[in-house]
Design a protein around this ligand. Structure first.
Ligand SMILES: [Zn+2]
Ligand SMILES: [Zn+2]
Length: 421
């Protein structure tokens, strides 16, 4: 028997409702905030990701699904969404279509990582990017949007973590040197990986989960104290706006994204009860990337949320909405089945959710099947009912029964009223 590939999961019908719920609420809220959907292909030229994410990163060096196509071009299944959105933004000159652009995307991403709870090799993200705004207002708005989204989803136990990574011209070189000096003084207490990072990319030490490294970092210099005046003003304004909007957040000094294209605002949202992999969304400002891709200088900011982890967190907290009531047509005998076959079409045209039996079975069996399939109302059509043009409507929850006239439109409005009651 051929099974699904390790680290890749089927989303079964019993789970898909939660996915649809998160997708529908996210989509609605993003549209309310003025975002439009952008759908990019799932695979791209490998060079796109090497250039945007960087050759030195774990994603590019170890985790990408890269393969040659039949002509030998190197293609890669997208490991994240931003690179493709930036490519499309530049390629289609979307910057010429208005003062700024708000775009969102959703879909699968692919990384060859060790599978564990909340992390699969095909995982799913919903992401949003804003192009053309350098103002701190939009940084604050992105966090307000995430706050509103998680509260609409019913996820109460979340934390918004905020930091600034400054600019690559003035803030970061100075801070990197200071951090490097500090790490060298504590070199012996660092893990082997961090000893290497110390020389190549000291900021990445911040992400290390090693306990010894963590305790060293508790004493490390914090970047917020070394921001240039412009970056500091930007950061203070983001904080002020969050306070004005009454959005709870915490400053996290370790939140420094190791990629060079990040500028100023960096943020993460964590949810309780998820263990070590507790980040459910993350993002930041990247004011240089569009220019790096051959577009005009365009400030940008974005975030992505991980569907698997959001759904995992929801399972512990929110109550998922119930599916729409299901109506079961139980038809006994050939003539009744034919009648049901036509009646069910009328019900569906009226927007009702209905199924029927396609095989001859006893009434007892059909009622059992209706129950098994989750019907809340069952309509019974037998030879007698057909002759008298009166059907039986059975309420599966209350186990009550009543007679109704065989008339499609009439039945549809009666069912609607019952469902609403
Ligand atoms: Zn700066
Ligand atoms: Zn370490």
């Amino acid at each position: 028997m051929i099974k699904a590939i390790r680290g890749v999961k089927d989303i079964l019908p019993s789970e898909a409702r939660a996915w649809q719920y998160v997708e529908a609420i996210s989509r609605k809220l993003l549209e309310d905030y003025g975002f439009s959907e952008l759908r990019t292909p799932i695979f791209e030229d490998t060079a796109l990701f090497i250039r945007s994410i960087g050759e030195e990163t774990d994603i590019v060096s170890k985790e990408m699904y890269t393969f040659p196509d039949r002509k030998g071009h190197s293609l890669t299944l997208r490991p994240e969404g931003t690179a493709s959105v930036v490519r499309a933004f530049v390629e289609h000159k979307l910057y010429a279509q208005g003062p700024y652009q708000k775009l969102y995307y959703q879909g699968p991403m692919f990384r060859y990582e060790r599978p564990q709870a909340g992390r699969s090799r095909q995982f799913h993200q919903i992401g949003a990017e804003v192009f053309g705004l350098a103002e701190p207002d939009i940084d604050a708005e992105m966090l307000i949007l995430l706050n509103d989204l998680f509260s609409k989803l019913g996820l109460v136990d979340v934390n918004i973590l905020l930091n600034s990574v400054g600019c690559p011209e003035r803030c970061r070189p100075r801070y990197k040197r200071l951090l490097q000096e500090f790490l060298r003084q504590n070199f012996a207490s660092l893990c082997l990986d961090c000893q290497q990072r110390c020389e190549k990319n000291p900021l990445r030490v911040m992400d290390c989960k090693n306990e010894s490294c963590q305790s060293v970092l508790a004493q490390a210099p914090v970047i917020l104290e070394y921001l240039c005046p412009d970056c500091l003003r930007h950061h203070q304004e983001v904080e002020r706006l969050l306070k004005v909007a009454d959005i709870p957040y915490r400053i996290n000094h370790r939140l420094v994204r190791g990629l060079d294209y990040y500028t100023r605002t960096a943020f993460e949202v964590t949810a309780s009860g998820l263990g070590a992999q507790n980040a459910i969304a993350g993002g930041g400002r990247y004011d240089r990337l569009v220019e790096d891709f051959g577009g005009p200088p365009t400030p940008a900011i974005g975030f992505a949320l991980g569907m698997e982890r959001v759904i995992l967190a929801l399972a512990g907290q929110a109550s998922m909405p119930k599916p729409r009531p299901l109506i079961y047509l139980a038809a006994l005998g050939q003539a009744a089945r034919q009648e049901a076959f036509l009646l069910i079409r009328t019900l569906r045209q009226k927007g009702l959710r209905a199924i029927m039996n396609y095989q001859d079975r006893s009434l007892k069996t059909l009622l059992k099947q209706a129950d098994q399939m989750g019907a809340s109302l069952t309509i019974i059509l037998g030879e007698n009912e057909l002759a008298s043009r009166r059907l039986l409507l059975r309420d599966m929850v209350r186990s009550t029964q009543e007679e109704i006239a065989l008339d499609g439109d009439n039945i549809a409005s009666l069912l609607e009223a019952k469902i609403l009651a």
